[in-house]
Each structure stands twice: as C-alpha cells, then as structure tokens.
Design a protein around this ligand. Sequence first.
Ligand SMILES: C[S@@+](CC[C@H](N)C(=O)[O-])C[C@H]1O[C@@H](n2cnc3c(N)ncnc32)[C@H](O)[C@@H]1O
Length: 242
Amino acid sequence: MASPSPIDAPQHVLDLLTRLHKTSLEQEAAISKSGKVFSSNVIDALKDEQQSSDPKAEFDKLMADKFIALDEDKCQFAYQLINSMGATNVVEAGTSYGVSTIYLALAVAKVKAATGKTGTVIATEFEKEKANVARSYWAQCGDDFVQQIDLREGDLLETLKVNLPQVDLLLLDIWTPMALPTLKIVQPHLRYGAVVLTDNTISGAEAYADLLNYLRTPENGFHNMTLPFNNGFEMSVYLPRK
Ligand SMILES: C[S@@+](CC[C@H](N)C(=O)[O-])C[C@H]1O[C@@H](n2cnc3c(N)ncnc32)[C@H](O)[C@@H]1O
C-alpha cells in the first residue's frame, strides 16, 4: 500500500489541491488522447490539423485557460525534496493557475519556520488572467502563505533576469522550447548541490533534446537521473567542478 500524502497543510488547502488537480486532469483528457498534454505534441497536431499559419499563437490561445498542472505525485516529490534539502529559494518556470506553486510554498514555509532561514518561491507566468486566478487560489491558502510567493508576470526570459537570489531548486514545468533558455538564465544563480526538476523527460525526450543534451554534458556540471514517474521526471543535481 502506498504511503499517505506527505503534505502538511490545513484540510481546506488539501481539499483545494484535490479539486484543482481533478480539474486539470479533466481538461487534459478533453484535449489529448493520452490524457496528458505535452506542448510539442499539441503544437505538432495543430500544424497537421489546421494548417495554421501560426501554430504557436494557436497553441497559446488553446492553453490560455488550461491548468496543465504538474502531476500530484510529482508535486509531492518536490515538497519532500525541498524539506530534505532545507531549500528556501525556489524558482518555478511555468506557474499557470499555481497548483505546483502551492506545494513549493508549503514546503518553503515549513523549512523557513524550522530553520529561521529566509527565502521565497519565485513563480512565473505570462498569461495575466492565469496569474490573477493563481493569486486567488493562493489567497484561499492564507495570508502568511501568500507572503511566500513572488509571482513575476510576463515573459520569464525577462522577469528572471533580475533579482534572483542564490537558488536551491528550479522546477522546469514549461513549454519545451523554453526549458533550456530558462535553465541558462538561472544556472549562474544555482548553489552547489541545487536541484533542477524537469517534467516529462521520458515522453518528451525528443522535444527536450537540446535541454537533455546540455544537462548530460559533464562540463555543464549536472548529475542526472530520470525518475520513473509517469512520462519521466528528471532530477539534475548541480555539482560543478571547482
Ligand atoms: C505546464 S504549465 C505550468 C503548470 C504549473 N507548474 C502547475 O503545476 O500548476 C506552463 C505554464 O507556463 C506558462 N508560460 C509559457 N511560456 C512562458 C514564458 N515565456 N514566460 C512565463 N510563463 C510562460 C504558460 O502560460 C503555462 O501556464
């Protein structure tokens, strides 16, 4: 029998998370035959089906009201990892309606309370409406909770260029072409032993070829393991040679 959830949170927050994951999965099932949305597959399908002149714009339009939340078990893993690492500065690339952000902020708040360290979850979202709705979900988690999150609205390739602390953990839950450029912006701020988590690295291996090639080139300093979650979840530990 699997362990019960490791998440330490009030019941209304756990209920909110259950509801949001359910909505996200229902949305994905309506879009994708496999039941999971993977950005490059959706863009390819739009290219084939609609012969659209601008499949990327069509894709952004389709995704503007979709959660595409990180799977619940992967969120729980990130929560466990943050607590075990004592991580307090976390960057989330791709926030959407802020489901995974809730787990990151719960974990960071717990580490801060236990250690007295400072820190923040830096969240990123370029859809204004998604950012507003995410804030409303976070408000339901409590005033103290909201203080844990610095939501940067706009293109993360711009918003992450400034005011980054030394980063303990980066979650890459973003459209595939954005993953490597995001990593390159954050990498100079990663502490020794920082972790980069990347979603869907088994099902998305082809679309992530540039990112995986970069992560797996020893000179770049990452030690990688593909965790056997559904569709893969890459855990890359930053251990650059001195
Ligand atoms: C897979 S979803 C994130 C899901 C979220 N982590 C969760 O678990 O709820 C990816 C999000 O990244 C956002 N996004 C894509 N490109 C972006 C960019 N350049 N800057 C900021 N956000 C972006 C999309 O609007 C989308 O909401």
